[in-house]
Each structure stands twice: as C-alpha cells, then as structure tokens.
Design a protein around this ligand. Structure first.
Ligand code: ZN
Length: 253
C-alpha cells in the first residue's frame, strides 16, 4: 500500500504503543578479512587513484547486525495504522541517529567541519529566513535539523499521541522533509566521521540503522533516489553505499 495514497483513508488511530526500536541489537559481525599482500615487484608509475572511503571497503561495508534483506522488518504489521507505523519509525530513526551523533559531536566542530559536507564535491546548504541558500558549519546545520525535528515530534498537531486525535493532512509531506534532512545527517557522518564510528567499533550498529532507514524510506516513498545519489557533479558519498548494499541483496533495487 502506498503511504501517500493512504492519507484520506481511515484516519482513526489507536494510542501509540511503547517506543521500541525495530532494529535488532545482537552482534553477528566478526572481521575476518586480512589486508592484501603488498606487491614487491617494481611497477611503472601510475596515476594514483583516490582510495575509496572506508565505509565502502570490506569488511566494514558488510558489517551489520541484521542478516539478509531489510524488506521484512519494514513491512507494515497487521492491524497497525500506516501513519502510526511511519510516525513510530521516524521517532526511532531520529532517536538512534541523535544518539550516534551525540557520541561523535566533539569531533564535529566548526573547525573540523566548516561545511555540511557529504561527498568530495558536495556540501549541503541551509535555506535561511530570507530564503537564501547559505553554507553553515556541519554542527550548526545538524543542530538546526535535530532541533526542528524534535520540535515537530513534540507537536501534538504534527505527531499526535493521544487517542482519538488524527494525523494532519500535511503529515506525509512533513515526514518527507524530515526524512530528507535525516538522510543528510547520515550522509555527513559517513563522509566525515566514519573513522570515528570505526574507532568506537559501532559500524555494525550504524550500518544497520542506516540500511533500515533506507529500506523504510523506499518502502513508504519517503526517500527520493536523487537525494540518496546526488548529481553527477556532486555525488553523495552514501549513494555508492546504497548501490553496494543493493548489489549485496540487503536492499531492494
Ligand atoms: Zn562533522
């Protein structure tokens, strides 16, 4: 069922259940690959290729808590209202991502991250009050995003939690905006802070959270592929990660 076509159907809903992350928490990853042998024969000089980022390299790209395709854990459970399901999952993605960012926040400073970078040639801009597109340091940008989302989640008019209260007509477009900004925060962390995630040995958790986020976004039409991949002149780093995971069978095409 399409999430966006479902608005206008039955808008009645029940009290939201306990907040619980659908992302499993048992570790199954163990690094087994070893580094390739270093060549000892003198080779002709070659133009050095830029090394791929670590999140695209084995074993990190395969590190996950969840084995197999994510499709099953994003499916709408029986008897659950689709708005409710989307709301609860967005709450969980926000909460989990906020916790990850909280851990690396001391590394994401105005000096280290003067722009909201997400690829070699890509930095996101923020639309300010004068409708002008401006570059902000990543910590400022992310603080704006997370504060904005927190305020939405606390707003009963946007994310109603009381029984008998309906979701607003604008809910699908609001959550699509939220999703787009959360994607940017993931994109910045992968691009600029993945080594810190590795240092914390959190890559299986972080990869699973992100793969779950991507699968859910695709299932409920909350994600645009152009936002995941970027443009040819300014690709998003995680666009290649999405492709790898699709090729590995984690995500649907
Ligand atoms: Zn940063």
């Amino acid at each position: 069922m399409s999430f966006f076509n479902s608005i206008g159907r039955s808008m009645t809903r029940s009290q939201r259940g306990p907040k619980r992350s659908p992302t499993p928490t048992s570790a199954t990853f163990s690094p087994t690959d070893s580094a390739p042998p270093t060549p000892t024969v003198a080779a002709p000089p070659v133009v050095p290729q830029p090394r791929p980022p670590l999140y695209l390299c084995s074993p990190f790209v395969e590190a996950a808590l969840v084995k197999g395709n994510f499709k099953t854990i994003v499916m709408l459970p029986k008897y659950v209202d689709i708005m409710e399901w989307v709301a609860v999952n967005i709450f969980d993605f926000y909460t989990n991502l906020n916790e990850f960012y909280g851990v690396i926040t001391e590394c994401c400073t105005q000096q280290a991250c003067p722009t909201m970078s997400a690829g070699q040639t890509l930095s996101y801009t923020w639309i300010n009050q004068d409708r002008k597109s401006v570059h902000l340091p990543a910590p400022t940008y992310i603080d704006y995003v997370m504060t904005w989302i927190q305020n939405l989640l606390n707003d009963e008019g946007v994310f109603p939690t009381k029984s008998g209260q309906d979701f607003p007509q604008s809910f699908p477009s609001t959550v699509k905006h939220v999703y787009r900004q959360l994607l940017r925060v993931f994109a910045h962390i992968y691009h600029a802070h993945y080594h810190q995630i590795l240092h914390l040995r959190s890559e299986p958790h972080f990869n699973s959270l992100f793969a779950h986020f991507l699968a859910f976004g695709r299932e409920y039409e909350l994600l645009e592929m152009k936002d995941v991949k970027g443009s040819s002149s300014a690709p998003v780093g995680i666009g290649r990660l999405w492709e790898k995971w699709r090729d590995m069978g984690l995500l649907e095409g």
